[in-house]
Ligand binder design. Structure first.
Ligand code: SF4
Length: 209
């Protein structure tokens, strides 16, 4: 008898993905660098973001030095990343904020830092401060729906809340990375490669037979 799948068991999903994708967070336990590198990462591949962040921090190792930098110098360093002009402004303004107030720990305060939205706020909490949190981006949104964990109408905040109820707290910090890794190469926005996916025996998505 064919049993129709409606919901992929979250812990089995995390377990399978953790066996498939490795993870080494950038600048772990350094909230300033996690925050600034997250600004650089928007719409930019990790292979470009992190070497560029390394270069930035080699020229400007402290928030004060970055806060006092000339915008054109920052733009030259940040050229490899997408939207580098906007990011140069954000990075400098964020550095000035950090110089004055430090890196916040709450989502509410973090989202007041220039260039920081809810996703980067969760990443700073998780990897900068070691506070369990789940970063939700487009990959996490899409795949959570395909796995039957969330509904079509759920926004990022609702998705985050649901994932926090589905997963044990010690797995929260890894979920973003695992789903992003899956989403980049296999569970793509268009035509997901279900036949190559480690989750294909669990996933209820209609294109997965
Ligand atoms: S690739 Fe297919 S089987 Fe894998 S999670 Fe995405 S929709 Fe499900």
């Amino acid at each position: 008898m064919h049993i129709h799948k409606r919901f992929a068991p979250p812990q089995e999903v995390v377990h399978l993905l953790a066996q498939t994708y490795t993870f080494d967070p950038y600048a772990k336990n350094d909230p300033t660098r996690v925050l600034l590198s997250c600004i650089l990462s928007a719409r930019t591949k990790d292979e470009i973001t992190y070497p560029t962040a390394d270069r930035l921090f080699s020229f400007y190792p402290t928030p004060l030095s970055l806060c006092q930098a000339h915008l054109t110098d920052l733009e030259n360093i940040l050229k490899p990343v997408g939207f580098y002009r906007q990011k140069a402004k954000y990075v400098r303004d964020a550095a000035c904020y950090i110089e004055k107030w430090g890196v916040p720990k709450t989502t509410k305060q973090l989202t007041q830092v220039p260039g920081i939205g809810p996703k980067c706020a969760a990443i700073v909490r998780a990897f900068g401060w070691g506070i369990p949190d789940i970063a939700v981006d487009a990959h996490v949104q899409r795949i959570s729906k395909r796995l039957g964990w969330t509904e079509e109408k759920d926004d990022h905040l609702r998705t985050q809340t649901k994932l926090k109820t589905l997963l044990p707290i010690h797995e929260w910090v890894y979920v973003n990375h695992l789903l992003v890794s899956l989403g980049r190469h296999v569970c793509r926005p268009q035509r997901p490669l279900c036949h190559q996916c480690v989750l294909n025996s669990l996933c209820p998505y209609p294109s997965n037979p």
